[in-house]
Ligand binder design. Structure first.
Ligand code: OGA
Ligand code: FE
Length: 280
């Protein structure tokens, strides 16, 4: 059983510092080799202390369409998360079914996953991913549409883009409860998407993506779930093609060092899957 944690905790959280020239294109290299001696990124971060509400006992008060994220309780059958092959063979199929069940989607295509094992002694590299300690959205509209073209055959991609689609991450702790460096998520209704976000070019070895940098606002309403267990998870909406104001389009999120973490808590381990989610 999770402990009776605090109702609210505090996080010192990194936001995008607004660039001096608002027209400047922001970029971020995904590894040191690509940067080739240049700076990894051409923007600064700004730290702010924020209040983060613990939704333990109120898990049902959030949803993909209102806040932009949604908690669930269901253990995965796959438990080892030892190799990419195993994860693709065993964890992807059950996760596709889970996402369909939770959203009512008719087709789900998982295109990526990231395992994070916190270790204060190692650098954040593609082999040793650490918790992401900066507020962001994983996709922009441009990169979301590009993902559909990238992962579906062309005739199908064009058809799929005529209907509602989303990008959703499925995040869950591995093996131990995540009291250490939990994930804070921001209620979409407290975000002004145009005003608060700036696209950042994400430069991979073989292609360019785009993520959303998020500037600070005192209006944000931050939430987390204290001590999430491997039997729990959260769906994080990164994009929705419905953009008429009726539903959340995305959820800013960040890992944070929680001052209320028990002294003996093991380092956080987690997996996030990234999925294209279609509705007929
Ligand atoms: C994500 C994400 C950060 C983390 O799941 O999209 O940004 O630290 N996760 O788990
Ligand atoms: Fe993310």
């Amino acid at each position: 059983m999770p402990r009776n944690g605090p109702k609210v905790t505090t996080g010192s959280v990194n936001f995008l510092a607004p660039p001096a020239d608002p027209k400047e294109t922001l970029f971020h290299y995904t590894n040191v080799e690509l940067a080739n001696g240049k700076d990894m990124k051409n923007y600064e971060l700004a730290r702010h202390t924020v209040q983060i509400e613990n939704l333990r006992g109120k898990e049902q008060s959030v949803s993909l369409d209102t806040t932009g994220f949604q908690y669930f309780r269901l253990a995965a059958s796959h438990k080892s998360f030892a190799t990419d092959e195993e994860i693709k063979e065993e964890y992807y199929p059950e996760s596709i079914e889970l996402i369909k069940k939770l959203t009512g989607a008719t087709k789900v295509v998982i295109f990526d996953h990231t395992i994070r094992r916190r270790d204060p002694g190692v650098a954040d590299t593609s082999e040793t991913r650490q918790p992401a300690a900066v507020v962001h959205g994983d996709q922009t509209t441009i990169s979301s549409v590009a993902r559909v073209h990238r992962h579906l055959p062309e005739p199908e991609a064009i058809e799929a883009l005529k209907r509602r689609f989303q990008i959703i991450n499925l995040w869950r702790p591995i093996a131990v409860p995540a009291y250490d460096w939990p994930l804070a998520l921001c209620d979409y209704r407290s975000v002004k998407r145009e005003q608060d976000t700036v696209p950042i070019k994400l430069i991979y070895p073989d292609f360019e993506g785009e993520l959303l940098g998020v500037k600070y606002s005192p209006d944000y309403k931050w939430k987390y779930l204290d001590g999430m267990t491997p039997e729990e998870g959260v769906l994080i909406k990164c994009f929705d093609s419905i953009q008429d104001g009726s539903v959340a389009i995305f959820t800013p999120h960040t890992a944070f060092e929680d001052p209320a973490t028990p002294q003996d808590a093991p380092y956080r381990r987690s997996i996030e899957l990234r999925a294209l989610v279609f509705y007929n």
